[in-house]
Design a protein around this ligand. Structure first.
Ligand SMILES: Cc1cc2nc3c(=O)[nH]c(=O)nc-3n(C[C@H](O)[C@H](O)[C@H](O)COP(=O)(O)OP(=O)(O)OC[C@H]3O[C@@H](n4cnc5c(N)ncnc54)[C@H](O)[C@@H]3O)c2cc1C
Length: 400
């Protein structure tokens, strides 16, 4: 097996994949268009880690729980600097009826996974100095991480070469190798390639059909104050991260296909408003604050909220096959050694490390049954197959 790979994009997806592969003996070239790693969505000052469950989507919830359980444990065991993460819990404030319904559903579906959450009560709210009378769920393993510190930690390995300021513009297959070419006409050859470039995933010929919407988001922060604020991540419409790196981070706004790179006062106001119900004193202090900083980035979201993780089809062979041939998983025309890990939406720091772990297992031929179920779920070709009424095979590319 040729264990060498070029990974395009050095956010949490690319860095996690680089990490898992380097640890299993691969030589990794991580190529980033910006002048440093973690400059896209993964460049925010903090990322909240907690599961966002749905009342009526059991399979999504299973994927969410697998990702959350894996990632929170993994971050705890990585040996990150204490100041760069805390997984001491996260509260999601919800409408009472919704919280009750969700709690019942989750307990029913995940009866074996105890200790994942408890319902929020007054004692808990008081303990964490969150506005009383709120309802919701408390996720025991939730928390936050400093994205850049995490990414830097992940790529600190002698088998990972990081190349910055090289925007990849094409990927071609030549004599059993892949050649990726940058806008500076530099060519990189490797046996395998992984595309981890978030909302730009459709930029290459072979991935142009992978649709994502770019959701602009603005986060804000103020210098740490003497106020006693919640010591755990608290989320409602927005989130408030406990004091970290001498600041209070809160956010974030959400606007589809809005490409304005500038900070907006209207968004800062929205972010301030979103913490009113979490902590009124902090909200009041933000209203008076003169120096509020912020950052804008984009989330790459798919229509069904599931990321694209796995392989893609060889266009030519795909067009030659008949529908009834494509209905059999063994006939699907996969491109060899080209992979995608993109479209992580607003949950990249929960999903991407887990998905990168599964993808690395695929490359290492060590897929477990659970990994196969995950790749069935995240199949990047699901839309092309579903459009041909081949929904069944789209979610059964691996036998489990
Ligand atoms: C405001 C905001 C708040 C958020 N809050 C949270 C949160 O609290 N918790 C959470 O889990 N998630 C959060 N998210 C989502 C999270 O940030 C993303 O899901 C995650 O960062 C996606 O990681 P990624 O590696 O896929 O993409 P990115 O981090 O965007 O990385 C992609 C990289 O690819 C590079 N690239 C693109 N094209 C090329 C090319 N052609 N050649 C070379 N390099 C290329 C880019 O420069 C970029 O560095 C938030 C997002 C935003 C915008």
């Amino acid at each position: 097996m040729h264990k060498n790979i070029s990974i395009i994009g050095a956010g949490i997806a690319g860095c996690s994949l680089a990490h898992f592969l380097a640890k299993t003996g691969w030589k990794v070239r991580l190529i980033e268009s910006q002048n440093a790693i973690a400059q896209g969505g993964s460049g925010n000052p903090a990322a909240a880690i907690y599961p966002k469950f749905m009342v009526n989507d059991k399979t999504y919830n299973e994927f969410m729980l697998k990702s959350f359980t894996f990632t929170s444990r993994w971050i705890n065991d990585l040996g990150l600097n204490q100041k760069d993460y805390a997984l001491n819990g996260a509260i999601e404030i919800l409408e009472k009826d919704y919280a009750d319904k969700l709690a019942v559903k989750l307990s029913k579906n995940f009866s074996t996974k105890k200790n994942c959450f408890t319902k929020v009560d007054e004692v808990l709210l008081k303990k964490y100095t969150i506005q009383p009378k709120n309802k919701g769920l408390f996720f025991h393993q939730g928390g936050w991480v400093h994205p850049k510190a995490l990414c830097e930690h992940l790529i600190d390995h002698p088998h990972i070469e990081v190349i910055t300021k090289q925007a990849i513009i094409s990927i071609e297959h030549k004599n059993a190798d892949w050649i990726v070419k940058s806008s500076d006409y530099v060519e990189y050859k490797s046996h395998h390639v992984a595309i981890c470039n978030a909302e730009h995933v459709h930029q290459f010929k072979s991935t142009q059909h992978l649709h994502t919407d770019a959701f602009r988001g603005q986060v804000n922060w103020v210098n740490q104050s003497t106020l006693t604020v919640p010591s755990i991540v608290t989320c409602e419409e927005g989130y408030l991260i406990p004091p970290m790196h001498k600041k209070h981070v809160f956010g974030a706004t959400y606007a589809m296909n809005d490409f304005d790179k500038n900070l907006r006062l209207s968004d800062t106001k929205k972010n301030i408003a979103s913490i009113k119900n979490i902590h009124n004193d902090f909200y009041q202090s933000c209203l008076k604050e003169k120096s509020i900083r912020g950052r804008v980035a984009w989330r790459a979201s798919t229509k069904d909220r599931k990321p694209y993780v796995g392989r893609i089809f060889d266009e030519k062979r795909f067009n030659q096959l008949r529908v009834r041939e494509l209905a059999h998983a063994e006939n699907l025309p996969w491109l060899d050694n080209l992979y995608v890990a993109s479209g992580f939406g607003s949950r990249g720091f929960t999903f991407a490390p887990y998905c990168a772990f599964v993808l690395a297992n695929f490359l290492n031929h060590t897929l477990s049954k659970e990994d196969k179920a995950t790749l069935n779920y995240t199949n990047p070709e699901r839309y092309r197959l579903k459009n041909m009424s081949l929904k069944k095979v789209a979610s059964r590319i691996f036998e489990v």
